[in-house]
Write a protein that binds this ligand. Structure first.
Ligand SMILES: C[S@@+](CC[C@H](N)C(=O)[O-])C[C@H]1O[C@@H](n2cnc3c(N)ncnc32)[C@H](O)[C@@H]1O
Length: 203
């Protein structure tokens, strides 16, 4: 594993992280509420999943998705201990998002996951597919140029979101020193014009 990978691993499980990035604060930023359907993409051991399950309550649902069987096993154990049974754990890639119905999700999040993805556009299109029209995707990722290349370039990602079904005017971006965040909202489908109005000719 690379040195940056080790630093990421240590940061992820640290108290410093909880202080810098309180999961409830993140969920409040994206407007997660009781009864919502939420998907945590690249959930890892459940940093966001556990808090999200408590916020949405039994009226809501959380999908925790990741490609790591090992992390998902740990997460399942943690969910059992915490008696949280409103979480569906799915072993799938962001690029596939299997097991999540179309237009069913209120909020989606990718925290420190984006720079791991092989095909971001495919992943974004899938997120767009499962989001409700008034849903939102929240991304939090390191700024590549300031993290020894381990991260993403927000300007590039915005362009990728725009070609994957997310609105230009729906982006709210914030850039810190080491990390950047974006909340992206789906494009509303413009109704197709099915035909020209035919004038009524009398006589
Ligand atoms: C740095 S960890 C972040 C975990 C969690 N979001 C957190 O903030 O603690 C990145 C996670 O992305 C997962 N991952 C990597 N590639 C993925 C993919 N294509 N689809 C879904 N998850 C992926 C990894 O298994 C890992 O759990």
């Amino acid at each position: 594993m690379s040195i940056e990978g080790i630093i990421e691993g240590v940061f992820i499980g640290s108290r410093l992280r909880c202080w810098l990035q309180n999961p409830y604060r993140v969920l409040s930023t994206i407007g997660l509420a009781r009864g919502h359907v939420f998907v945590d993409i690249g959930c890892g051991k459940g940093f966001l999943t556990i808090s999200a399950a408590k916020v949405v309550g039994l009226e809501g649902l959380v999908y925790a998705i990741d490609t790591s069987r090992e992390y998902l096993k740990e997460l399942r154990g943690c969910l059992q201990k915490s008696n949280l049974d409103n979480v569906v754990v799915v072993e799938t890639a962001a690029e596939r998002l299997e097991g999540i119905p179309q237009s069913s999700v209120d909020r989606a999040a990718m925290i420190l996951t984006l720079h791991h993805l092989e095909d971001r556009i495919r992943a974004f299109k899938n997120v767009r597919r499962v989001l409700k029209p008034d849903g939102a995707l929240y991304i939090f990722d390191p700024i590549a140029s300031r993290m020894l290349g381990r991260g993403t370039n927000p300007e590039k990602i915005i362009k990728e979101l725009a070609v994957s079904g997310f609105r230009h005017d729906g982006f709210s971006i914030s850039k810190g020193f080491l990390f950047w965040t974006v909340t992206a909202r789906p494009k509303t489908e413009v109704p197709e014009v099915v035909g020209r109005e035919t004038p009524i000719v009398s006589g």
